[in-house]
Write a protein of this length. Structure first.
Length: 397
């Protein structure tokens, strides 16, 4: 069974019947505190009609409580209906207490919990103490044992106010999830707009020129075939250039970038439970080919750390240095995991070496810890790359 089919995230409604039953179980488990009313019904000290009425009242109370909390903790569908159900629970609890005795005072604890789980904080912060006070009043006026009443005050207050915190957590989680979805949608829209702008800039002029020259060639064909042939040749040239521009644009969209891979590294390491020390920003003005090689290298290195290292910490360094051969950008990925799996480099490192050779870069690996201190809980592994940037002066990132 897939874990996603059984797990119910905070603030996320159940999407399958199994998830619904699991959520209902975690809400219904607190009905165990109704043991006192159940025991009171089974002692036989009430008449048959009183026992039947108490049983029916308890079943109705428990069902109304479960439906109320199950459906309205995350987001109430109708606040007036919620208030009506809470009022019904309070009246039913009062009737059962007055007719059946002290053991039923615990029902007001569930009323307080329902208030905290479903009503806004501005209402629940005064209504929970009010419900508790009503419970105490019933206990005092009914000449119930003082220790029983006192023992229920703390659960009523604690249960009610703790549920206000749970409710706020659930609704904040929902708002954050909705905000994240909105941000993702806005980013997708912005990417579509950028793609539309780029395609317009790339193809607008070329297609207009092709259309114009096609019309000219059509007019020239009967009387001036040589000039029409020249226009057709121009059309071919423009169309080939447009095709080359589109291919270049598509290659640019597919090319990984350092800022994107740094963000992806932080996300991947955090998801794997690895403490990540990753630069917040990438150096500016890195040439296209070196940046692409370093981005591929960072992706490969982080993938190896997540899948194979068993590390608890990973450090990524990006440093620009001036050498005798010119300026280079160095990338170091160090972890505190189990070290290299074997003496022979894998396909990933071989591919990185080939990419680096194409831009004049170097690749070194070693077992141990980095200068920045990815701790030595294991043997550790360090992957270091450098690519030339040119001979001009450059500030360190």
């Amino acid at each position: 069974m897939n874990d996603d089919e059984t797990a119910v995230g905070i603030g996320r409604p159940p999407t399958t019947r199994r998830q619904g039953w699991i959520k209902l179980f975690w809400i219904g488990i607190w009905l165990a505190f109704m043991a006192a009313p159940v025991q009171d019904l089974t002692t036989g000290r009430h008449t048959v009609w009183a026992t039947a009425g108490g049983t029916l009242g308890l079943v109705v109370f428990a069902a109304a409580y479960l439906v109320l909390v199950f459906r309205n903790t995350a987001r109430p569908s109708d606040l007036r209906l919620v208030r009506a159900v809470i009022a019904f629970l309070g009246v039913l609890a009062a009737v059962l207490i007055l007719t059946l005795g002290t053991s039923w005072l615990v029902l007001f604890v569930y009323v307080a919990v329902s208030v905290g789980a479903t009503l806004p904080l501005r209402t629940s912060r005064w209504l929970i103490p009010a419900v508790t006070a009503v419970m105490v009043g019933f206990g005092v006026l009914g000449d119930h044992p003082r220790e029983t009443v006192t023992a229920l005050v703390f659960p009523a207050l604690l249960g009610g106010f703790s549920m206000t915190g749970v409710r706020q957590l659930i609704r904040t989680t929902i708002e954050l999830r909705e905000a994240r979805a909105t941000v993702a949608q806005l980013a997708a829209n912005e990417e579509r707009l950028r793609l539309a702008r780029d395609l317009h800039d790339l193809l607008g002029h070329s297609l207009s020129l092709i259309t114009l020259k096609s019309e000219l060639a059509g007019r020239m064909l009967p009387a001036h075939p040589e000039q029409a042939a020249a226009q057709v040749a121009d059309i071919e040239h423009v169309s080939r250039q447009a095709l080359a521009d589109v291919r270049g644009a598509v290659t640019g969209y597919r090319r990984p970038t350092l800022p994107g891979e740094l963000a992806g590294a932080r996300t991947a390491l955090a998801a794997a439970g690895i403490v990540a020390d990753v630069p917040a920003e990438a150096p500016a003005d890195v040439p296209g080919e070196p940046e692409e090689v370093l981005a591929w290298a960072l992706r490969e290195a982080v993938t190896n750390v997540v899948r194979h290292s068993g590390a608890r910490r990973c450090t990524v360094d990006l440093t620009a240095r001036q050498t005798l051969d010119g300026e280079v950008l160095e990338l170091t990925v160090a972890d505190d995991g189990a070290g290299a799996a074997g003496s022979e480099p894998g396909n990933g490192l071989t591919g990185l070496s080939e990419r680096l050779a194409a831009v004049g870069g170097t690749l070194t690996t070693r077992t141990g810890t980095s200068r920045s201190g990815a701790s030595a809980s294991g043997r550790g592994f360090v992957l270091a790359l450098s690519v030339p940037l040119g001979s001009g002066p450059r500030d360190s990132p």
